[in-house]
Design a protein around this ligand. Structure first.
Ligand code: NAP
Ligand code: G4F
Length: 332
C-alpha cells in the first residue's frame, strides 16, 4: 500500500517541525513549505535533522504567493494538508497588522482554493487559536467550542476570519476541513520572543551567570499552557476523525505568567522576584486576561490526552535552554 502524503505550511515553525517528526514516525511521506530567508542558515534550523529521518521536501513558497501554493499542492497531491503557516506573534500583530491579516486570512484562502480545485478529497487542518475568544469566558470559567469569540488583537481577528472561511468552505463545498482551536503550547523549540521561552531562557542564563535580569511585560495574565509535542498528536487525530469539525485542545489548567516565572526560577531554587523587571514596551494595547480551555469534547471524540503537565513542560524548557548554553560555551 502506498504511503499517505502530508503537506505542511509553516514547516519551519515550532509546530511544523514537531508535526513533521510525528508524521514521519507514522510512516507518512511528509512535504513542507518554507519561506526564503536572507540568512539561509536560519530558514530550516528546526527541521534540518529530519532529512535523515525521511522528510521528502522542504520547498520554497509563501502563503501570499498563490502560484507557489498551487505548484506545491499540485506536485504533492496530499492526502492531508496542515495549514500551520502564520504571523503567529500576538503583540507583533499590533505592529504589522496588515501583514498579519494578509498572511493569516488571505494566505489561508489561497491554500483553501488550491485544496478545493486540486485535491478536494484531502483532509484539511486549520491552526485556529484560543486567541479568537478574547476575554469571553463561560460561567464556569472555561472557553470551549461553543464560547463566543470576540478577539482583542489583530492576530486574534485574523485567526477568527480564517476559522470562519474554513467552516464556510466545508459547508459550501463538502470538504473535510477542520479547525483545531489550540490553546498555548510551548516547547524547547518555542520562538525566544514568546513569554515561556523568554522566561525559561532567562532563568537558565541567570543561573549560569550569563545574564543579570529578565525584563517582561504583564505578569498577571493567565494562559492554559501545554506541550507542543502533545498538541501535534491532536492535529493528526483531528484529521483521522470520522467527520470534519471544531476541536478545542487544551490542558484544562490556567497559570499566570508569574506562576511560570516562579516555576522556572524555582528549578534552580532562585526567587524570580530578585531578577524579573517589567517594561511597558512588552505590554499590549489590549490584553487577553485569562485562558482556560475545556477540551472534554476532543479528549472523548479523539481519545487524546496530554503526556506533559505544567511542571514537566517548565522543566523541559529550562533544562533544554541550560543544555544549549553549555553546548555553545563548549563550542566557543
Ligand atoms: P511559529 O513557530 O511562529 O511558526 C509559524 C510558521 O509560519 C513559520 O514556519 C513561519 O515561517 C511560517 N510563516 C509565516 N509567514 C508565512 C507566510 N507568509 N507564508 C508561509 N509561511 C509563513 O508558530 P507555531 O507556534 O509553530 O504555531 C503554528 C500555527 O499554530 C500558527 O498558525 C499559529 O498561529 C497557530 N497556533 C499556535 C499556538 C501556540 O501556542 N503555539 C496556539 C494556537 C494556534 P518563518 O520561520 O519563515 O517565519
Ligand atoms: O507568549 P505570548 O506572547 O503568547 P500569546 O499572546 O498568548 O499567544 C500565543 O498563544 C496563542 C494561543 O492562545 C497563539 F495563537 C499565538 O500564536 C501564540 O502562540 O504571551 C503570553 C502572555 C501574554 O499575556 C503577554 O502579555 O504573556 C504576557 N507577557 C508578559 N511579558 C509577555 C511578556 N509576552 C511576551 N511575548 N513577551 C513578554 O516579555
Amino acid at each position: 500500500m502506498s504511503k499517505r502524503k502530508a503537506f505542511i505550511t509553516g514547516l519551519s515553525g515550532q509546530d511544523g517541525s514537531y508535526l513533521a517528526e510525528h508524521l514521519l514516525e507514522k510512516d507518512y511521506e511528509v512535504y513542507g513549505m518554507i519561506r526564503r530567508h536572507s540568512d539561509a542558515e536560519s530558514q530550516d534550523t528546526r527541521v534540518v535533522h529530519l532529512f535523515d529521518k525521511g522528510l521528502i521536501e522542504a520547498d520554497y513558497g509563501d502563503l501570499l504567493d498563490p502560484s507557489s501554493i498551487n505548484r506545491l499542492v499540485a506536485l504533492v497531491k496530499p492526502d492531508e494538508i496542515y495549514n500551520l503557516g502564520a504571523q503567529s506573534h500576538v503583540r507583533i500583530s499590533f505592529d504589522i497588522p496588515q501583514f498579519t491579516m494578509q498572511t493569516n486570512v488571505v494566505g489561508t484562502l489561497n491554500l483553501l482554493e488550491a485544496y478545493r480545485t486540486i485535491c478536494p478529497t484531502a483532509h484539511f487542518y486549520q491552526a485556529s487559536s484560543s486567541e479568537m475568544f478574547g476575554n469571553e469566558i463561560d460561567s464556569d470559567g472555561f472557553q470551549r467550542e461553543t464560547t463566543a469569540m470576540k478577539p482583542v488583537s489583530p492576530y486574534g481577528c485574523s485567526k477568527l476570519a480564517a476559522y470562519c472561511i474554513v467552516r464556510n468552505y466545508r459547508n459550501s463545498y463538502g470538504l473535510f476541513a477542520s479547525n483545531g482551536i489550540l490553546f498555548n503550547h510551548e516547547s524547547p523549540r518555542r520562538g525566544a520572543n514568546f513569554v515561556t521561552a523568554k522566561i525559561a531562557r532567562g532563568a537558565a542564563a541567570i543561573n549560569l551567570g550569563l545574564q543579570d535580569a529578565l525584563t517582561l511585560g504583564n505578569l498577571d495574565s493567565y494562559r492554559d499552557w501545554g506541550h507542543a509535542k502533545d498538541y501535534v498528536r491532536a492535529m493528526h487525530l483531528i484529521l483521522q476523525h470520522h467527520e470534519p469539525d471544531e476541536f478545542v485542545i487544551s490542558s484544562k489548567e490556567s497559570h499566570s505568567v508569574r506562576d511560570f516565572c516562579h516555576a522556572a526560577f524555582g528549578y534552580y531554587d532562585l526567587d524570580y522576584k530578585d531578577y524579573v523587571k517589567q517594561d511597558p514596551k512588552f505590554m499590549r494595547p489590549e490584553e487577553l486576561k485569562k485562558l482556560q480551555g475545556d477540551s472534554s469534547k476532543s479528549r472523548k471524540a479523539l481519545d487524546w490526552e496530554p503526556d506533559y503537565n505544567f511542571s514537566e513542560l517548565v522543566e523541559d524548557m529550562v533544562s533544554s535552554w541550560e543544555s544549549r548554553f553549555k553546548t555553545e560555551a563548549r563550542e566557543a
